[in-house]
Structure formats: C-alpha cells, structure tokens
Design a protein around this ligand. Sequence first.
Ligand code: G
Ligand code: G
Ligand code: MN
Ligand code: NA
Length: 254
Amino acid sequence: YSLEKDMRTALQENQFFLHYQPRVETTTGKIVAAEALIRWSHPEWGIISPGEFIPLAEESGLIIDIGDWVLDEVCAQLSKWQEEGIQIVPVSVNVSANRFLRNNLTEAIQATLEKYQIDSSFIEIEITESTMIQYHDAVFRTLEQLRDLGIKLVLDDFGTGYSSLTYLKKFKFDTLKIDRSFIQNLDTNPEDQAIAANLINLAHALNMNVVAEGVEQISHLERMKKKQCDQIQGFLFSRPVDHKEFAEKLKKKI
Ligand code: G
Ligand code: G
Ligand code: MN
Ligand code: NA
C-alpha cells in the first residue's frame, strides 16, 4: 500500500479539488482576491487536508504534477466564471520550493494563461520564506521572470522563517502575508500586537500590500483596521469554500 501511488491515481481520476478562501479589503469588507487551497477526496478515507499529503508529494516529486494541476484548475475556473459573466478577482496559488527549482515554471504558467485566455493580473503566486531560504538564486531568477509576466508575488507565512528582512531588501514582493500565529492571540498578547503593527508599517514603507492571515475575531479585524492593514483573510469573514459557494460570494459582491 502506498499513499504515493494513491496520489498518482488521484491525479488521473480527478480526486483533487480546490477550495477558495476570500481575501477582503479591511476598510470595506469587499472580496479583492482569493487563495486556492487544494483538498483530496480519497475514495476510502474521505477528505484529506493538504497538511497531510503535500509533504509526501514534496518528497516523492509528485508536487510538480499536483502544482501544475492546481494552476490549470484555477485558470479553468476563472475562465468559466468569466463566461458566466461573473466579475472575477485575482486568485493566489501556493507554489512549493521544489517547483521553483524547475526552470520552466514561468513558461508553464504562461502556457496555462494562454490556454484559458486569462490575464496574468488574475494569478498571484504565494511563496514561503522557507522557499526563499532554501534555494535563493534559482528562486530569485524565477521570481523576476514571473514579475515580468505581470504576475503578483506574495510572501506567505511571513515572520515564521528567519533572515526574512534580507529577502525583503533583495526582492520586491507585491504583498506580504502576516502569519496567523501573530494574529491568533492579538487580544491578549502585547508582543504580537507590536509585531503585527510593525510588520504593517514595514510592508507599507517598502510599498507592499499587507494581509493579516487567520483573522477569526471581530476584535482582530478592528485591531488590523486601526493599524491600517490593507486586507484580511480568515474564518471571521469566510472559511475556504468550494467554487460554487465562492461564485455566490462574488455575485453578491461582498
Ligand atoms: O488549507 P489548509 O489550511 O489545510 O492548508 C494547509 C497547508 O497546505 C497550508 O500551508 C497551505 O499553504 C498548503 N497548501 C494548500 N493548498 C496548496 C497547494 O495547492 N499547493 C501547495 N504547495 N501547498 C498548498
Ligand atoms: O500556509 P498558508 O497560509 O498557505 O495556509 C492557509 C491555511 O490557513 C488554509 O489551509 C486555511 O484553512 C487556514 N486558515 C485560513 N483562515 C484561518 C483562520 O482564520 N484560522 C485558522 N486557524 N486557520 C485558517
Ligand atoms: Mn498561502
Ligand atoms: Na500563511
């Protein structure tokens, strides 16, 4: 028995699907973007979360094919929504460190955008600090190519790695996502309050948009609003939802 073999089957038999979690403007509550998050509907085990299978996919190298599937699915979905007259928002895709080591990432993304006639401004790439640390040279080159293509770049889980400020200096990301570990205890932890407030200032000083992740309470939202955090993402506004539910939210323009 092998989960790796199951993942190959899952790709062939369409067992993966995507959820979309809205990113909303702090001041208005309007949906301005979404993050695509993969799920696996396993025939025997039911829904498996990416936290369980992405690390295995990374080890086996299958993450390359899975990543390509995610991008294809996002573009296919955006194209369907456009045909239905739904006003789409940019969707961000998590790209793993392994994928950045392959030198054809930019070409692959460009080909998929062309296949579905999607403007590059509707795709964002999320990269974690740990990716930056592991493979900096190849990663920087690819990031620059992606930026030239018109794709926005998001630094994810910010604050959880190390050396992060060096990367901010070396490469201009469009958006910085404050990791949810700094948001979770915002009401009771003065250190987290100080860190969040100063990360927002830092992002703005470097001309980046800033997103607070893991906003679960109204009090978190209020605090982030006060500190002029641009956008929030979290269960307070919406859990990650399937494409139908997300389309309904887009239609309501909330
Ligand atoms: O959605 P959830 O909170 O269960 O996601 C858990 C982790 O899996 C998160 O760190 C998230 O970034 C990661 N993840 C979700 N979808 C993808 C994906 O499509 N590709 C990669 N590489 N990671 C993903
Ligand atoms: O690592 P990354 O930021 O890509 O992970 C995104 C994950 O965070 C998703 O799997 C999503 O389910 C989870 N998430 C999103 N909003 C919240 C939240 O408000 N609280 C918690 N605990 N998790 C969240
Ligand atoms: Mn992410
Ligand atoms: Na994160």
